[in-house]
Design a protein around this ligand. Structure first.
Ligand code: ZN
Length: 250
């Protein structure tokens, strides 16, 4: 049952065809972890909280820096020097006080990732290094946990949903992580992670509610300069080191 407050707060999505109280209750029961409170994580977290996802976790060990504010819209000028997880928590609580928020002010590593991921239904990869993206991929595959990959560089971004054991993962597309870009190659237009992080939140909402078709076995590539969206087919690799054994065991 939804409360009167929930019926009011979520009225515009409750009115969507096929959504209704059942989908809203699934969101309220839903648990999403976002890895990274930066350019991708900011819009993802804001929209997940606004939509009423009942339990939201977020991981980041960094402090808010002046140069983050051009794209990391969770954080304000007055947050400079604060832990990103602290300013994220305050912003999300102000937006929607009814949610359970779990902050992880730590650097994700092979030693802690399984424990951090375990309580969640869906993980969003909003990390800014290939090392962390591949860690998210590998741990989610080993836990058979659905996740949404999101990545940006320059004027371009990409997203893909992975259902381990059913659809292609990152290592099916590129078996080993590319070299991390030099600092000079980290230039980015703020709206690009804004859009791609929002796509990732849409995917998480679809997975939790069971509505629509996931962005799986398809890599969506957005180019802001060309104003184009391309969708590239992605195929599960029968020799993938991260996910092929999941298909064998089904
Ligand atoms: Zn794979």
């Amino acid at each position: 049952m939804l409360s009167a407050e929930e019926r009011g707060r979520y009225a515009r999505q409750l009115a969507l065809p096929g959504f209704g109280a059942a989908a809203q209750e699934r969101l309220r029961e839903g648990r999403v972890l976002v890895v990274g409170c930066g350019g991708l994580g900011s819009p993802a977290l804001l929209y997940l909280a606004a939509a009423g996802v009942g339990r939201i976790g977020f991981v980041d060990s960094d402090l808010v820096d002046l140069s983050n504010l051009q794209r990391q819209i969770l954080h304000a000028t007055t947050d400079i020097g604060r832990l990103k997880t602290d300013s994220a928590e305050a912003r999300l609580r102000a937006l929607n006080p009814h949610l359970h928020l779990e902050s992880y002010p730590l650097r994700l590593s092979p030693d802690n990732a399984r424990q951090v991921f375990a309580p969640y239904d869906v993980v969003i990869d909003a990390a800014d290094t290939y090392a962390t993206k591949y860690l998210v991929n590998d741990v989610c595959c080993s836990l058979r946990k659905p996740f949404v990959h999101a990545g940006v560089m320059g004027w371009c971004g990409q997203a893909m949903t992975v259902l381990p054991g059913q659809t292609a993962c990152l290592r099916c597309i590129a078996p080993t992580p590319p070299a991390e870009p030099e600092p000079a190659a980290r230039a980015i237009l703020g709206t690009v992670p804004g859009l791609v992080g929002t796509l990732a939140a849409s995917e998480a909402i679809k997975l939790l509610t069971g509505l629509g078709t996931p962005l799986a076995d398809r890599l969506l590539v957005y180019d802001a300069l060309a104003a184009s969206f391309l969708t590239c087919a992605a195929h599960p690799d029968p020799a993938c080191p991260a996910c092929s054994h999941l298909r064998d065991s089904q």
